[in-house]
Write a protein that binds this ligand. Structure first.
Ligand SMILES: Cc1ncc(COP(=O)(O)O)c(C=O)c1O
Ligand SMILES: Nc1c(O)cccc1C(=O)C[C@H](N)C(=O)O
Length: 413
């Protein structure tokens, strides 16, 4: 296809292990392995083999400073200063860390604002955090309602920013519909009301550029295993605006120490400067290793080019589907600046349509109750792949090929 020939990112497909005969559209949940990720993972296992304990300070990527080195390289993807980002933890553990650090409830201001469509783990984290602080989540957690069950209105978010709200935690991109929220407007409105603004970037990290520092965002958390292809359980990330760096970590551990002091083994904690302070225990070195390779690819491809290609791929997909399969209801917002890297299609038979897609060699995912998510990934999806997916969906729905499957979800996707 001509568009593939003109695509400046087409060459990156061969950097990835794409199973022959399949089209992988689930990189919004778990990105594929790249050859460089594999090489770096093997490289770090080799340094364990070769150096033993000395691997902390020897080898191509010494483990003691690996998280800091990766954070510096990742920071530009988030529009953050190097010392505002830390590769550590998981989204959920980082939510606990950030709330334990910035949430300072008073009798007047104690509510954490989330939304009705928020990812369950974020809700569980907020509820359990509130309980630990002696708050009743039924009162101290408030949810912005959704009018249509798929998206949020800015107006409704702003309306919930009442005087008793201390912190808000919203997604950048909603995991089901793919709606991208306006982080700058939300943050500015939150600050005008004295509210700390935090975001879960799970579905925007690696899919688009961010501007966290200039937007004034207070904190953010994300994972690297989706668009950043760091592998299942790959170490996550957090951002804390430098204006908060005087705060002691709510959950402290020795890897949050000033590195020069850490091995003094002193019982008084000397906090690292910057976001490094919010690390806890020993970093999961092998769960970070793939990210060394992934970040090289991001540096070479450029996040702006990745975002443009992603928008072109998703535009093509939804235009073709609108023409070929009108019974699929595209619930992702139309405007480019209001959507992330995947598109969400609602259909009453969604669970079994996904199973039929898998039988046809296409990997989507299903999210209850009725959503098919499709994420063409700039690094490894071609325009030709997108066309094939649209045609396969047309066959599956027109010929009712999905009827050979039960309309129940699988365990994971
Ligand atoms: C928006 C969102 N938040 C949180 C999570 C869970 O994050 P983790 O399991 O890395 O803590 C996910 C995905 O699993 C997610 O999509
Ligand atoms: N984190 C995941 C996992 O550990 C297993 C399976 C899937 C996931 C996911 O990331 C799901 C994803 N956050 C979603 O948007 O549904």
């Amino acid at each position: 296809m001509q568009r593939d020939q003109q695509d400046p990112l087409a060459k990156f497909k061969e950097e990835f292990f794409v199973e022959p005969g399949t089209i992988y559209m689930d990189g919004n949940s778990l990105g594929l392995m790249s050859k460089r990720a594999e090489t770096k993972l093997i490289g770090l296992m080799d340094s364990w083999k070769q150096f033993g304990i000395e691997g902390w300070t020897e080898g191509e990527h010494p483990w003691f400073t690996l998280a800091e080195t990766l954070s510096e390289k990742a920071a530009p993807l988030f529009g953050a200063k190097a010392h505002e980002v830390m590769v550590t933890g998981s989204i959920t553990s980082n939510i606990h860390q950030m709330l334990s650090t910035v949430y300072a409830p008073t009798d007047e201001r104690f509510v954490i604002l989330v939304d009705e469509l928020n990812f369950p783990s974020d809700i569980y984290a907020v509820e359990s955090h509130l309980r630990l602080r002696g708050q009743d989540p039924a009162i101290a957690m408030r949810k912005v309602p959704s009018r249509d069950g798929y998206t949020l209105e800015l107006e409704d978010i702003l309306a919930e920013m009442k005087d008793d709200v201390a912190v808000l935690l919203l997604p950048s991109v909603l995991y089901r519909s793919g709606q991208l929220l306006p982080l700058r407007e939300i943050t500015e409105a939150a600050h005008a009301k004295g509210i700390i603004a935090g975001f879960d970037l799970a579905h925007s990290a690696g899919a688009m550029p961010h501007d966290l520092h200039d937007e004034g965002v207070d904190f953010a958390v994300w994972c690297h295993y989706k668009y950043m292809n760091s592998g299942p359980g790959g170490t996550g990330g957090l951002y804390l605006h430098e204006r908060h760096h005087d705060l002691n970590p709510g959950i402290a551990g020795w890897f949050g120490s000033d590195k020069a002091k850490q091995f003094d083994m002193d019982h008084s904690f000397t906090k690292a400067e910057g976001a490094g302070a919010y690390q806890v225990g020993t970093p999961n070195i092998f769960s970070m290793a793939p990210l060394i390779g992934s970040l090289e690819l991001f540096e070479e491809a450029g996040i702006d080019k990745i975002r443009s290609k992603s928008l072109e791929l998703t535009t093509m997909l939804r235009e073709k589907l609108a023409a070929l399969v009108p019974s699929l209801i595209d619930v992702t917002p139309k405007a480019d600046d209001q959507r992330g890297g995947h598109i969400a299609l609602a259909h009453p038979e969604a669970a079994r349509i996904c199973k039929a897609l898998k039988k046809a060699g296409i990997v989507p995912d299903f999210r209850a109750p009725d959503i098919i998510r499709l994420a063409p990934i700039a690094f490894y999806t071609s325009f030709e792949d997108v066309e094939k997916v649209a045609l396969a969906l047309q066959d599956i729905i027109e010929d009712e090929l999905y009827k050979e499957f039960s309309n129940e979800r699988n365990v994971v996707a």
